[in-house]
Design a protein around this ligand. Sequence first.
Ligand SMILES: Nc1nc2c(ncn2[C@@H]2O[C@H](COP(=O)(O)OP(=O)(O)OP(=O)(O)O)[C@@H](O)[C@H]2O)c(=O)[nH]1
Ligand SMILES: [Mg+2]
Length: 297
Amino acid sequence: MLGSLKEKLVKTSQSLRQKFEDLLKSGKSRDNILEELAEVLILADMGISSTDKIILSLREKTQKDDHFPEIQKVLQEKLVDILGQYPPELSISSSPAVIMMVGVNGGGKTTSLAKLAYYFRDKGKKVLLVAADTFRAAAQEQLAVWGKRLNIPVIRGQYGADPAAVVYDALQSFEAQGYDVLLVDTAGRIHTNTNLMNELEKIRRVIAREIAGAPHEILLVLDSTIGQNALAQAREFLKFSGITGIFLTKLDGTAKGGSVVSIVDELKLPIKFIGIGEDVQDMLPFSPRQFVNALIS
Ligand SMILES: Nc1nc2c(ncn2[C@@H]2O[C@H](COP(=O)(O)OP(=O)(O)OP(=O)(O)O)[C@@H](O)[C@H]2O)c(=O)[nH]1
Ligand SMILES: [Mg+2]
């Protein structure tokens, strides 16, 4: 697993590894190393404020005559600490469970939902999908195709129908037929659109009214290839209440994988899953240590 994650993260890790080797060979003193390291972390998209925090901590936890290997070890631990600040485990201990996916258009909501469907089915759960994206006609079709491929039923609404009403219908089947996990796909639109936020809020209310304690997870789907811009998008979505974690997509296609650090640190939310390809199997529950090892060990 670590081997394959390493391969998937190669675009980010390659440049880091090269710079680390240079620093190792350079034989530079700690203070010079820290100065250069700050640039390296910012280039990997860890963000200025998180990078400052990391460098400050490295200065406190290392000695003036330490060399790169000692510093790298402390850096690894610091990254694991930051990424593990908020528990990445799903807050789903029992069935039935409802998970909602939200995020801007094209971020990877529908694909990630299909990956979760595969993941839960693989664990022996009875899964139901609902296409609460009635904004785009093709969106319903896209989810239906995944449903067919995975042999998992999909509840669909009419194009232009009230998404909350579609979700309501899905909840009736979900409860009547003893499903374990309901995965709710929602529309992606410009994230500053208040209609979308109201629509999501309404869907959430309908779910909460039907099933006590639901939705158990509202995952904000963020595209890692846009790096620091993902933070700006995320902040808009945080105005919508109840987000429990991040599903970070497309880490296979970016050299900006360091954005994981600023996302967790600045949004104060755990990354719960990562997407590392377009197939249903290209997903991993997020493990801070495994991720840091794949990136820089
Ligand atoms: N390489 C790669 N591509 C991904 C990943 N996740 C999603 N994609 C691709 O990103 C594109 C958009 O994915 P969708 O799932 O349709 O995104 P969405 O958020 O549902 O989009 P809207 O419904 O239009 O808002 C598709 O081409 C996916 O195959 C990933 O982890 N890695
Ligand atoms: Mg979609």
